[in-house]
Ligand binder design. Structure first.
Ligand code: LIP
Length: 314
């Protein structure tokens, strides 16, 4: 296949990727039964950065199918990266894959784990497919062509609500794998500012409606795309956690931003932020006579980042 993709090529790639996600889902379900019986779990960076043989087997399955169908495409995968592969990101079509996103959930039998298959084209997140086989929920999107759940329901499923402030927000937040005193202090102070009650001794508190910690970055993006979460922020994810979700969220009217400095300047996500490991995604917001959706999203991100103490992820 030529390195320049036509719309027909992209349509075929999306169909292939959806079928591949479902095939990988079968192995994930098989692996869940096996791991819940064997409890055979390994550690990567530390005791909360988990991996199983099925993370590796699913990635091998997916990589093999991609190499057969699209031998000229590049491949970035979580477990290949962990094994030392450091592919350079180029303009070439590149699959960016997390074979099991939400491995901790997978290990515990908590049914919020998925495969995340993103296609980067000219470094842009262009196709995204996220499949949770435990709940049979498949999210898919192509840049400029909308986002869907189970291929039929366009996202967001309901008209986007206004987003007056953080006070009305249900926010995806994760504890991640960096549990050092320094990082935990910044996380908990950030969480306290966002959830705290300004009328009860937390003067900068935003008293947000709440946090949800699903344990899967990709599924958090899908929840934002579906309008179930208002936003999701995390420091420490990798490109394979977010590549597919960025397409799905954006095609559902959402917007993605990067670190505090760029977000406060109103800069939306660009491909140079892909390896930045600091990401925040905001759901679509209804345009109003006073404020367009994009303006509301930038306003919310600035309000959010006014509460954040950032750290550099190891
Ligand atoms: C997970 C991410 C999640 C993060 C976890 C973990 P994995 O990816 O999706 O957002 O909080 O620490 O990194 O490791 O399950 O593929």
């Amino acid at each position: 296949m030529a390195s320049t993709l036509t719309q027909k090529d992209l349509d075929e790639i999306l169909t292939f990727t959806i079928a591949l996600a479902r095939k990988a889902g079968e192995l994930i379900l098989e692996g869940s039964k096996a791991i819940l019986a064997s409890h055979d779990v390994s550690e990567k960076k530390n005791a909360v950065d988990l991996v199983t043989e099925y993370d590796v087997r699913v990635e091998e399955l997916v990589r093999g199918e991609i190499e057969k169908a699209y031998p000229s495409f590049a491949f970035i995968g979580e477990e290949s990266y962990a094994a030392g592969k450091r592919p350079e990101l180029t303009d070439a079509p590149t699959f960016c894959v997390d074979p099991i996103d939400g491995t901790t959930n997978f290990v515990h039998g908590f049914p919020h784990a998925c495969i995340s298959l993103g296609l980067l084209y000219k470094r842009e997140p262009t196709i995204g497919v996220v499949f949770n086989p435990f709940l049979n929920q498949l999210y898919s999107a192509m840049k400029g062509h909308g986002a869907y759940v189970n291929e039929l329901t366009r996202l967001p499923a309901n008209p986007p609500a206004p987003f007056p402030s953080l006070q009305t927000a249900l926010i995806g937040m994760e504890w991640g794998s960096d549990r050092s005193a320094s990082t935990m202090g910044k996380k908990t102070r950030t969480f306290t500012r966002i959830a705290g009650d300004p009328a009860h001794d937390i003067p900068e508190g935003k008293m947000a409606h709440g946090f949800r910690s699903l344990g899967s970055a990709a599924l958090n993006y899908c929840a934002v795309a579906a309008g179930q979460l208002d936003m999701y922020w995390e420091i420490g994810c990798w490109p394979w956690d977010v590549a597919a979700g960025i397409v799905i969220a954006r095609e559902a009217g959402g917007e993605v931003f990067g670190d505090k400095e760029s977000s406060v300047q109103g800069k939306v996500f660009t491909d140079d932020m892909l390896w930045g490991r600091k990401y925040i995604v905001i759901r679509g917001v209804a345009d109003s006579p006073q404020e367009k959706s994009s303006e509301a999203q930038k306003r919310i991100v600035k309000e959010f980042y006014s509460c954040v103490e950032e750290w550099e992820q190891s």
